[in-house]
Design a protein around this ligand. Structure first.
Ligand SMILES: [Zn+2]
Length: 309
């Protein structure tokens, strides 16, 4: 790709991050290596959904600006730590995917094996301990973990995803948030049933060989359990929601079920109940109408249902 093409790709991926609700307002930042020495990055304080070419700056591997207007993103150290940790990494996308971040606040780890295709292509996503945003401390922690993962979550903050290009880093971010949505939905309905540990290890080993991943993880592809964390190998249905388990919600897996059970009732009764309610609403005063209607519908439906049983 020419530099002009890379710049256009940066605007496209940034807009996608915004449109997919992976960040809002001035959140997040993106970078991509132009060559061995130069990195193209988003500048501080720009809206990723409306990113323009003049919002991009070029910096060197130490973070010094080489060209462009404005300052590089305040989280640049985090990007540089990724490039320093992994020579194979050519692009970094940092965003604040809401469900994934909510997992870190709720103390629920995403470092578990739930969806086969995610285990195959992304592996597990660790949550890093809290550090103040924009600090070298946070950058060092990200660099340390990106060494063995393509995507990490920072406690109460957001995600860092890396790839061989911007599209690959973006896909990992999107996959992470989609996994979080599916896992959250499953938790809302009941419990999260994890993959059988042997199957998870088999999938991961296959994925590392077929699709690659962090070189340190690929090197473990043939070891028992591949690069999966101990928690995935040692247990299933872990009830400890922190630090590494997706357990049932604290009230118990079934008690947390928030879905009403509807008992079938003869259609005739429901129809008459609703027409009763409509008649009631016509006789009520203007201020009382909504609550009177609601009460009448509830009462009439309850009556209809118990008549039907
Ligand atoms: Zn951030």
């Amino acid at each position: 790709m020419t530099e002009a093409q890379v710049r256009r790709e940066m605007l496209r991926i940034a807009r996608l991050c915004y449109e997919r609700n992976l960040l809002v307002a001035m959140d997040g930042n993106l970078s991509v290596r132009l060559d061995e020495e130069r990195i193209l990055a988003t500048k501080a304080g720009c809206h990723k959904g409306m990113l323009r070419d003049e919002d991009l700056v070029v910096i060197d591997r130490r973070g010094n600006k080489l060209s462009g207007e404005g300052d590089p993103t305040s989280e640049m150290a985090m990007h540089l730590a990724c490039y320093d940790a992994r020579p194979d990494v050519r692009a970094v996308v940092h965003a604040h995917p809401p469900i994934s971040v909510a997992f870190t606040i709720a103390g629920v780890s995403m470092a578990r094996c739930v969806l086969p295709e995610v285990v195959l292509t992304l592996g597990t996503v660790p949550t890093l301990d809290y550090r103040t945003t924009g600090t070298v401390d946070l950058a060092a922690l990200v660099g340390e973990h990106i060494h063995a993962h393509d995507a990490v979550l920072m406690d109460r903050h957001g995600a860092v995803c890396v790839g061989q290009d911007l599209l690959e880093a973006f896909c990992r971010l999107e996959t992470m948030e989609h996994t979080a949505l599916i896992t959250k939905t499953a938790r809302d309905m009941g419990e999260v049933k994890e993959l059988d540990p042997d199957e998870a290890a088999r999938l991961r080993s296959m994925g590392l060989k077929r699709y690659g991943g962090p070189p340190s993880a690929v090197a473990q592809a043939d070891l028992p359990g591949a690069d999966l964390p101990e928690a995935c190998r040692a247990c299933t249905g872990c009830t400890n929601p922190k630090p590494t388990g997706i357990g049932p919600s604290e009230t118990g897996s079934r008690a947390g079920l928030r879905m009403a059970r509807v008992t079938a009732a003869p259609l005739q009764s429901l129809e008459s109940a609703l027409s009763d309610a409509a008649r009631f609403s016509l006789t009520g005063s203007t201020e009382q109408q909504p609550s009177a209607l609601e009460a009448a519908v509830t009462e009439a439906v309850i009556q209809a249902l118990s008549d039907g049983q």
